[in-house]
Design a protein around this ligand. Sequence first.
Ligand SMILES: [Zn+2]
Length: 266
Amino acid sequence: MKKSRLPVIRIRPARKASDHSGNHTSPPLYKTTLEGRTISFAVKHSNKAKLLRLEISPSAGLTVVVPAFCNTNCVLRFLKEKSRWILSKLTNSDMARHEKTTGLKDGDLIPYLGGFLQIEIRDCDRRGENVTLSQNKLIVTVRPGVAEINATIEKWYRAQARQILKEKVDRQSQRMVVDYNKMRLKGQKTLWGSCSRKNNLNFNWRLLMTPEPVIDYVVVHELSHLKEMNHTKKFWQVVAIYCPEWQQHRKWLKEHTIEINNILRA
Ligand SMILES: [Zn+2]
């Protein structure tokens, strides 16, 4: 018997962006919630830094200085640990000011497959606009005066997602001995993945902002629906065979949804 509801991985709804006026003067930032208050912060990578460090300035707001090999998870854990201090230092006006930014700019960091990419913006003439990845730099070549690069970067993420997710889906489906019909990319803020009764798979391109084991979990989750079209105990047993750490990855997704949704807001 078929269940009527489609199996989906739900995401908690992201908070509404406070400002979409297109005024992007201060550094674009990550967001997180500390003791019930939304704070924004910039991330600065440092090869010299041995420990995570916080900087607060009136112009830049809160900056987290991150040593090499420290991932998003460890940054967020650090912020939680230091939440008292941060909240005592940041005034309400600081928070309100830095709440407004949405556009990414030169030097900003964006999460990619568990690490960070640093955005480098280069000018070009009419032709030759492109986005290339070089080590951990995302080089965005655009015509001078292009104010909003979020759309350009999103396009690049979608292209990567199409390729990387397809490879993962093909590999895991062979391993799990299941056949799917089509794979599509979606960008809904409330869904990481879904599987239809016609065996079509949908994945959120923003998964590329999560660590690879998390992506693998979502892929296994949706493919497991080809065996079990529900979320019963039996379903989770299937997931556990192919992704024993699924609980940890599921928790990670729940905890990071808001941050991820806020990074490349349209
Ligand atoms: Zn599901």
